[in-house]
Write a new protein. Structure first.
Lengths: 114, 109
């Protein structure tokens, strides 16, 4: 089945220790998104790629970086995680960014910062 | 600023009907989405509305009034597995999805 895969599902890191979360998709979608979601809050868009074009949200901290080496893979790098970065990180894809094209989400990576 | 408002929590009885409301104020409108999110899991797509009116999909229906900036999700014949958060999201003029914080729906036997 075509899907969005995220690894790992659970990640524990130490304060200040860099961490990388990965996302892959078999849907061949053009757009890939990274969201941060804290408990009982709306997903917060960090950035997205339309093909290779990177779009950073204005309020995304510099501590968060992303790479999309090819259509299928996208990575979220947190350079120096703080306690406030503990959250669920959701990867999503869509065929395009408009119209009825819905976003399909991976299962998420829950990040714990000690 | 852009804003999506939904009730924080609702409770309903198994077998009953529940309506979850969503009001929005966004810069432009290019469609409204409803997603279901079970605790600790990713959101899954439920419905999409871009024109005024009712879209029916099995036990779930979604309604949109663009002039009122208003939508609702109607769930019929509630089942225990429908206990989840329901998120309303609007695509704005820049094709960005603006998300509500979600409505936690609790189903009681």
């Amino acid at each position: 089945d075509a899907m969005v895969i995220q690894n790992p599902r659970y990640q524990v890191t130490q304060f200040g220790k860099p961490v990388t979360l990965s996302c892959s998709q078999t849907l061949n979608h053009n757009v890939m998104y990274w969201y941060q979601q804290k408990s009982s809050q709306a997903p917060k868009l960090l950035f997205h790629y339309y093909d290779k074009d990177f779009n950073n949200e204005a309020d995304t901290p510099d501590n968060f970086q992303s790479r999309r080496p090819n259509t299928s893979f996208c990575f979220l790098d947190i350079r120096s995680p703080g306690l406030g970065d503990a959250a669920m990180y959701l990867c999503a894809t869509s065929r395009t960014a408009g119209g009825p094209d819905t976003q399909y989400f991976g299962p998420g990576t829950r990040l714990t910062v000690l | 600023g852009q804003n999506i408002d939904q009730p924080t929590e609702m409770t309903a009885t198994e077998g009953a009907i529940v309506q979850i409301n969503c009001t929005y104020q966004t810069s432009g409108f290019n469609g409204l989405f409803w997603y279901q999110q079970h605790a600790g899991e990713a959101p899954t797509f439920l419905s999409y509305n871009v024109l005024d009116g009712l879209e029916e999909k099995g036990r779930f229906s979604s309604f949109l009034s663009r002039s009122k900036g208003y939508s609702y999700l109607l769930l019929k014949e509630l089942q225990m597995k429908d206990s989840a958060s329901y998120l309303c999201a609007v695509r704005d003029s820049n094709y960005q999805l603006i998300w509500g914080a979600g409505t936690k729906l609790i189903i009681k036997p």
